[in-house]
Design a binder for this molecule. Structure first.
Ligand SMILES: Cc1cc2nc3c(=O)[nH]c(=O)nc-3n(C[C@H](O)[C@H](O)[C@H](O)COP(=O)(O)O)c2cc1C
Ligand SMILES: CC(C)CC(=O)C(=O)O
Length: 388
């Protein structure tokens, strides 16, 4: 029987939200639940996207935007536009080619790929199949430091450009879909970067999330700033700290000698109620004062979101879930199409904002909301009215 009120599926996705709808219809419930969910009540999951909508543009007009230059150099890497791909675990659950399809798509678009420690394709295979692709290796620090060190050395040997040290996951956030579905990696897949800790039974659970149990048993919850020094001592790659949302931690990270700061709340999958990243970005940018690059992710879904994040001081912006939706819908082609849409949106947003090049995207392009225009005047050093 046809359900009368079933929402129609978009035949050809026009935006990232439509990719999400199509992917939801295609993926098994356990996989979709793992990919999509945030922690607890998903307050921050909603706010990550809503917070972008509280920002408004102050576009400039009558600027020749017939030729727009979207390129940017980030940490010595030339990208075709300042949108990078965040690491997300276990991509072969979305598509049989998983991380390889993502890598090929990222190479075609001309940007940088973040590869998760917990990828279902080994870091060497990604390099072998897409040689020279600029890549960051995301690191979870295991209680077993020898294993962690081997992983870092392998990433360095395979030409990864940086280590993204995830600092917001001493334990896995509480994701109720995973508990309900007793999430575990499907038996035909493996965490491809390890032999040592690939015992599927570690992730198997009679009740609850197998992933949460896996993290609790293997990941080092005692990780602290002194370990950044240790990490620096074992690699020449720059260390990016992924998961900073305060000026205090940004200053601490600079003292620790990091190569970059990645403002992230892990796509709202860790601490529910944590500030949205677009709201946290500016205090971090002020604390960093241009000394190292600042990245941001969580909730970026439109080209206009990318412009807003750059206006607030990000050097590079990343997306997580939309890659999985593109993969689920159409593998490599789905990811290319999705990224190209975002790139086209970014170009149009630049044109409509009167920006000829990425460096024209400045702080005075956005205001916090349409009803509080005076924050910009303050920023520009203009006098404030004594009375509203
Ligand atoms: C399914 C999934 C798996 C993820 N796996 C990792 C991971 O292994 N390591 C990590 O540091 N972050 C991981 N993340 C977080 C992403 O790197 C990124 O911070 C987040 O997805 C950005 O938010 P967005 O999904 O709203 O774009 C994961 C996110 C998702 C959705
Ligand atoms: C393997 C997980 C810890 C990956 C992750 O970071 C996530 O699911 O958010």
């Amino acid at each position: 029987m046809v359900e009368m009120n079933a929402p129609a599926l978009p035949s050809q996705p026009l935006n990232l939200a439509e990719y999400h709808i199509l992917a939801r219809a295609k993926l098994p419930a356990m996989v979709y639940g793992y990919y999509s969910s945030g922690a607890d009540d998903e307050q921050t999951l909603r706010d990550n996207e809503e917070a972008f909508k509280r920002l408004r543009f102050r576009p400039r007009v009558l600027i020749d935007v017939s030729n727009v230059d979207m390129t940017k150099r980030i940490m010595g890497i030339d990208v075709s536009f300042p949108l990078l791909v965040a690491p997300s675990a276990m991509q072969r659950m979305a598509h049989p080619e998983g991380e390889l399809a993502t890598a090929r798509a990222v190479a075609r678009i001309g940007t940088v790929m973040g590869l998760s420690s917990w990828s279902t394709t080994s870091l060497e295979d990604v390099e072998a199949h897409v040689p020279g692709l600029p890549k960051f290796f995301q690191l979870y620090v295991y209680k077993d430091r020898a294993l962690t060190e081997r992983l870092v050395k392998r990433a360095e040997k395979a030409g990864f450009r940086a280590i993204a040290l995830t600092v917001d996951t001493p334990q896995l956030g509480r994701r109720e879909a995973d508990i309900r579905n007793r999430f575990t990696l499907p038996p035909h897949l493996r965490l491809a970067n390890f032999d040592e800790v690939n015992d599927q039974s570690t992730m198997k659970q009679d009740s609850g999330s197998g992933l949460a149990a896996y993290v609790a048993s293997l990941i080092d919850a005692s990780l602290s700033w002194k370990d950044v020094a240790w990490l620096k001592s074992i690699t020449k790659m720059p260390i990016l700290v992924k998961g900073v949302v305060t000026a205090e931690d940004a200053r601490r990270a600079l003292q620790a000698g990091v190569g970059g700061i990645w403002v992230s709340n892990h796509g709202a999958r860790q601490l529910d109620g944590v500030v949205s990243t677009i709201d946290a970005l500016e205090e971090v940018v002020h604390a960093v004062q241009g000394r190292v690059p600042v990245f941001m992710d969580s909730g970026v879904r439109r080209g206009t979101d990318v412009v807003k994040a750059l206006a607030l001081g990000a050097d590079g912006v990343l997306i997580g879930r939309p890659i999985l939706w593109g993969l689920a819908v159409n593998g490599e082609e789905g990811v290319v199409h999705m990224l190209q849409m975002l790139k086209d949106e970014f170009k149009l947003a630049m044109q409509l904002c009167g920006c000829q090049r990425v460096s024209d995207i400045r702080r005075d392009l956005v205001i916090r909301n349409a009803f509080a225009p005076y924050d910009v005047r303050q920023h520009l050093g203009l006098s404030m009215p004594s009375k509203m």
